[in-house]
Every structure is written in structure tokens, then in C-alpha cells.
Design a protein around this ligand. Sequence first.
Ligand code: FES
Length: 572
Amino acid sequence: MERQPKLRSARWLDADTRMGNLHRQRLKQTGYSEQDFRGKPVIGILNTWSELNPCHMHFRERAEDVKRGVWQAGGFPVEIPVASLGEPFMKPTTALYRNLLAIEVEEMIRCHPIDGAVLLGGCDKTTPAMLMGAISVDVPSIFVPAGPMLRAIWRGRPLGSGTDSVVMHNEMRAGRISKQEFDAIEEAGARSAGHCMSMGTASTMTALADVLGFTLLGASSIPAPDSRHARMASQSGRCIVEAVHNDLRPSKMLSRSSFHNAVATLMTLGGSTNAVIHLLALSRRAGLDLTLDDFADASAKVPVLANIKPVGSHLMEDFFEAGGLPALLSEISDLIDGEAQTITGRSLAEGLAGAVRIGDDVIRPRSNPVHDVGGLAILKGSLAPEGCVIKRAAADATLFRHRGPALVFDGLADMQTRLDDESLPVTQDTVLILRNVGPVGGPGMPEWGLIPIPKKLLAQGVSDMVRVTDARMSGTHFGTIVLHVSPEAAVGGPLALIRDGDIVSLDVEQRRIDFEVSGEELERRRAAWRRPEVFHQRGWVKLHQEHVLSASVGCDFDFLERGNPSPEPEIS
Ligand code: FES
């Protein structure tokens, strides 16, 4: 492999100028000597640690583990804090800030003397955001995934992050368990550092970072507190120094095959619907555009083999013990391109050599899949001309062909006010619609797509019904819910025009979602439509609402998705 002729950081640190003198002087101020940094690759460790991000609470230690590896390999490590995007606490949604972290990562690398980057992330949006930034700035980058937290057990029963909270909350709303029983899961649900340990967005996106080649192969499956996780971090530090010497930047590593492999992996994981948005955005940053059709094609031929909640019954720690991602990928080796490159300098196929699947339930063999087609389906139709997504592996198959009258909620507050009203005109055939909660309308497309089953139907034993929205849904959640409807209602998509009582027809097999209203009537409604009161007048949210693109192309900003690599800064 071709060795990097000149380090990027040399412009700052080797220059025989007043500025070069100042840069060296200021590094010496921090206690380092010339032999610590001169002529060495400078490795920026971008750390999303925060006390309001419990998924990343081990990242201070992991940064030290990475530094150890960087020193050993002859690099010079520097740690830089970046925004954390802790899923549990940021409102209305971390997705509003994914592009903010992406810009921050791009700019923090671009403006500093950094030759290679180690990206410490894992909680949902941190993974795509950091990779988007790294792709745009195009310096060699390795991702150190936070790893899933340890499995949660309550009264002998495994609790999947997010998933079982919804199950038990519904049980309580239906009066089948007490408030005290529900409250008790607070104590047991999250017992270590690490991200959600169901196959939610975090587990999905870190696995996709892995198959895209941004991690040591299999790193995403290692539980956060396991000593192998610390050793993986050190090894990542050693690896990135070598990647800098070999100039293994994202533009050289990524290919169309990388992204097609990621789509196939998403399907076999039964992974999060959010990954569709993030993969679209990542591929467009790389100039290797995926479209929703790529997901539809993969969905038709890749079976779900990962038996992990919410689609299956196990948790991420079980997945790791069953062989983790390498074992899963080996099962679909004929459906992925093993020639795709990784940050290690080896191909995906070389990395998979020796992968072993332990047992045949957590990672299923091809002969006994969890589902014989992919976990997600892409739908289009008069209600979603640009497309939308349903997690069919976590939905009720008896609802896959359904016609029913719409009941429309205009935003979260409207839904919360009316949903449990005993007089709500709703039956199990009704199609619940939640709109004005998309990328612009939300703002940020919050995970409000899990529209609760109305209380009076829960009491009748209804556990699923067709729901449609321009919002997203947590990857840990489930139900027959049509998500990411594009174009969204807040910009005048057809979802804005549907009214109570209109007949909605869903046909997952035919990949259709339609509403039955005449063209004339639709034109009348369009002429009467007014923009909803969702627009902000200042700050980040205004910038977001003015520039965010549709979910059908990944919700990136129009001025960010192209134009990499970002230009080198001038130095006086
Ligand atoms: Fe961080 Fe779920 S809260 S991954």
C-alpha cells in the first residue's frame, strides 16, 4: 500500500515560520516535548463523553485506551470533546442535532493539525453524525463503538432497552400490571455503561459502521464493560496510525459495495428504520448515492437472521456470545461483496475468515431464518409519493393488507389530548395518522411514530393497528407503523391533505400506501392548505428548518451533502 508522503499536520508543526514556532511553543506548553510530536501522525480522538449521555459514560477511560495504542504505534494522540447527543435527555429529539455534530466533527478535524481521527460514538445519532463528518473532511478515520450495555433481567425475564418498556407500559395502561410493577423496571432496565442492548438504532448503526469498514471487524458487538472492549479501543489506536501512513481515507475505502453491504446487513439484522435515513445521508456524503429502491431490492432477498429484540427474543450480549457481527455476515457471505475495504487495510472477506457462529438460535442459519425476507419494507403510493418505511419484521402480518378510515392528529399535543378520550371515534380498523412531525415539522423528525394504541382499544385486547406518520420511531419499538412518509406534511406533502374518514389502504406485499380521495377533491384541499405553525425564527432550529432535506434522501442539509473534501484552511 502506498505510504503517505507528507503528514497534514506538518503544515502546522514542521513549518519554519513564526506560526510554526507558535504551534510548537503551545504544544510544549501542554507538557509535550518535540520527540513526543515532531514528525508523528497527530491522531485526534473525538470524544462524545457527557454526564448526560449514560451510553457513553465509559468514554473517558476508552479515550485513554485509544491513546495507549496510538503512542505504541508511534502516533501523537490529542483528545477533543464534541457534542454528545445523548438519546434519553435531548428534546425534542437528537435527530435535530445529528447534522450539528456532523458539522462539528468535520470542522474540528479540518481546522486542527489532525492526520487521522478516532471517533468515539454509539448512542443513536452519534454514529451517523461522526461518520458523515469524517467522510466530508476525508481524513483517515476509525470508529470506536460504545458497545451495548449488559443484558437486563427483571424477575427472570430479559428486558430489551426501549422494547419492554413499551410492552409493560401498555400492560399498565390496560390494567394488567400495577404501577408499582411498572416502576420496578426503573431499577433493572439499564445496569452498565453502553448503548441500548436491543437491536435499536444504536446497535444497528454501530453494526453498519462496522460493515462499512470504519471499525475493527466485529468491534460493534462487544459489550461496553467487557475487557475486550478496552483492548479493542487500544487496537483501534494502533490501527489508525497505520491507516494514516497508508493514507486510507474514507474516499479510498468506501465503494458502492460498502453501502450495498450495509443495506444487506441492515436487512439481516432486522435493524432500525432510522438506519435507512442515516445510510442515505452517508452514501450521499460519499458521492455513492443509495436510493430507497436499493433498500427495497435488498429487502426482497436478504432474510432476517439476527434473533434480537424487538424483532426476535434475545439481546446484544447474547449476539456477541453467539459470534457477533462476523458470524452473522458469514451467514450471508453470498449476499455481500467481500472485496469491500476496511480501515485495517484488509478486505471484508479477509476480516471474516475464521468467524464462527455459536449455536443456531441467536444467529439463525439460512435454513431457519427469523423472517425469510428483510426486516424493512419500502412503500410508495398516493400518500407517500417519495416513499416511506415499515418495519415489517416487527409488525402484525395480519395487517399487511388493510383498508380503514383515517383518524388524523395534527401534532403531538393534539394526539396526547385526544388519544385516550373514551369518545374518540376509533375501532381496531381505524388508521391512526400523526402528521406535522417530520424533519421540518417536528422539528427534527422526533421518534413519536409509536402512536400509542388508544386506551379503550387496549382494554378490548387490541395490541396492534395500522398507524401512519411522517415521524420516525425508535429502533427498539415495534408495531404496524408506516414511518418517514415523504414528502412530509409540514411542507405540503399529501399527508397534509388527508382528513378524518378518508379510506387508507396499505398493501405491504405490493409496497403501496394510498388514500382514496378524488383528484378534484385533492386539488380543492391543496388550495385551502396553509403552512402549519411549526417554524422557528432563530438559532439552530431555524437553520435546520431552512436547509434540511426530505427523509427520502437522508435529512442532510442541502449545503452539506456534497462538496467533499472540505478545503484545507489557510495558515499565515
Ligand atoms: Fe443511547 Fe439508546 S439511549 S443508545
